[in-house]
Design a binder for this molecule. Sequence first.
Ligand code: DP6
Length: 319
Amino acid sequence: MTTAVGHPNIALVKYWGKQPGAGNVPATPSLSITLDALSTYTRVALRAGDGDEVRLNGRLVADAKALGFLARMRAAFDLPPIVVHTRNDFPTGAGLASSASGFAALVAAVDGAFGLGLSPAVRSVWARKGSASAARSIFGGFATLEAGDGEWSAASLLDKNSWPLEVAIALTSQDAKPVPSTIGMERSRNTSPFYRGWIESAPADFDIVRRAVLARDFETLAEVAEHSCLKLHALMLSTRPGLLYWNQATLACIEVIRKLRTAGVPAFFTVDAGPQVKAVCAPGRVEEVAAALATVPGVLRVVKSRLGDGTCLVGDADG
Ligand code: DP6
C-alpha cells in the first residue's frame, strides 16, 4: 500500500471554462501557488470483487467523478479493482480546492501503488483529466497550466523557496458550495454574455502574472491577480442562474485586505468558487494580515500557510 500526499493550490490567474469536447481541457491558461498548510492523504489498496470503492474521511461515498476517472485510468493501465482511502485535513468542496489536491493525490497513489512510472508531466495530464486545477497540484511553489506539446499539462514556474510568499486563509463557512465548479463553469460558458471577454482577456493576464512572478514583482502580481479574481466573479454573477459564492464575511475580508494594501501592507486577495478569502502576502507579512482577518465578523478561523511541495509519496503511517 502506498500513501500519496497532495496539497490544494490557489489560482492567481483563474481557470473557469473548458474547451468543447472530451478530455477536460481548459479554455484558458492559469497560474497558481501550492499551499503547504492543507493536505489530502490518499492510499489505494486492492479490492476483492468487481468495481472500485472510494472512502472519503472514512466513509463510503458515491463519487461519480472519481469512479469515472478510475475507469479511465483502468482502460489505459489495466488496473485491478481498488479501494481508495482519502482524507482531507480541511473542509471538502467548500472552495478550498479539495478536488485539486484530491485528484493529484489519487493519480500519485495509483502511480505509486502499481509502479506505473509516470513522469510528473504525465501525472499532471492525468490529474487534469480528473479536475483541471489538480494538474497544478502535482507541482509545488508556483505552477502554470497551459497547452504543452499537444496536451495541456501543468509545469513548475518557480520553486517555493525562490519567492516564499505566505497566505492567510479566512474560513467563513464550512458548508459545501451550492454549485460545483464543473457545473458552474459550463453554465457560464453557455449563458454569460461576458464569457467571450473572459476567454479573450485571460492570456494577457497570464503573461503579465507569469512575468511578475519571475521578476518577484509583488505590486504587478497583486494588481492583475485581483483583477483575474474579480473578473471571474463578474463572470459568475452574469451566468444564468447567477453564481454567487460569496457571503457577507467574504466581502468584509476583501475590504480589510484592500485597506491593508492601501496602508502599505503587501497583501492581496483572491477568492475561488466558495466564500473563503485567501490573502496572499509578501514573505514575512502573514502574521499581521492573519490577525486583521481574524477580527472580521463571520470569520470562523484563519489558517496561515507557506507555499507547499508538489504531490509526493509518503510512508503508510502518515495515511
Ligand atoms: C475557481 O478544477 O475544480 O478554483 O476541471 O471541472 O474539475 P474541473 O474544475 P476545477 O475548477 C477550479 C476553478 C477555480 C479556479 C482555479 O482553480 O483555477
